[in-house]
Write a protein that binds this ligand. Structure first.
Ligand code: ZN
Length: 171
């Protein structure tokens, strides 16, 4: 794990993991996010790409939209985003645009992660905003959820037949 954390970070990440479990129960790729603002005001949600038929309905996008709408400000200063999987290009872009100062994620995403795995968009010195990043908090719990989800899908849906049809890409 990299970055400095406190007890509160673990508590918020556990809540994000609860959201990821909710996603799994709805046959969504299990990713959860909690965006915590000033005075502990928090928005929690999970990946809903299938339910919404919306490729942008990632957990991070859902909580960023909710928080900005509620506060009436597109800048989410003084917020920390907790997410169970390393953000993708879209979500990393939204984090920079929203000026979120701190991001804590659990499992890295070697296939799509843009906070250190493929690239590091949120700490690119050429951009006008850089994020304090904590990687790997409760990583194993999140990785276990993701593994379980994809194993169940492969085994359950098509009885282990070759491949899974459609929508298997992690967000
Ligand atoms: Zn994303």
């Amino acid at each position: 794990m990299t970055g400095t954390t406190g007890e509160a970070d673990f508590a918020w990440m556990r809540q994000a993991l609860d959201e990821a479990r909710r996603a799994s129960e709805r046959d969504e790729v299990p990713v959860g996010a909690v965006l915590v603002g000033p005075e502990g005001r928090a928005f929690a949600d999970h990946n809903r790409t299938r339910e919404a038929s919306d490729p942008t309905a990632h957990a991070e996008m859902r909580v960023i939209r909710a928080a900005a709408e509620r506060s009436g400000d597109w800048r989410l200063l003084d917020h920390t985003l907790y997410v169970t999987l390393e953000p993708c290009a879209m979500c990393a872009g939204a984090i920079v645009l929203a000026r979120i100062p701190r991001v804590v994620f659990a499992a890295p995403d070697p296939k799509a992660g843009m906070c250190g795995s493929l690239e590091n968009l949120v700490q690119d010195a050429r951009l006008n905003h850089r994020v304090e990043l904590v990687a790997g908090l409760l990583e194993e719990a999140s990785a276990e959820l993701l593994r379980g989800f994809f194993v169940a899908r492969r085994g359950g849906r098509d009885g282990g037949a070759a491949g899974v049809s459609g929508g298997t890409d992690a967000p």
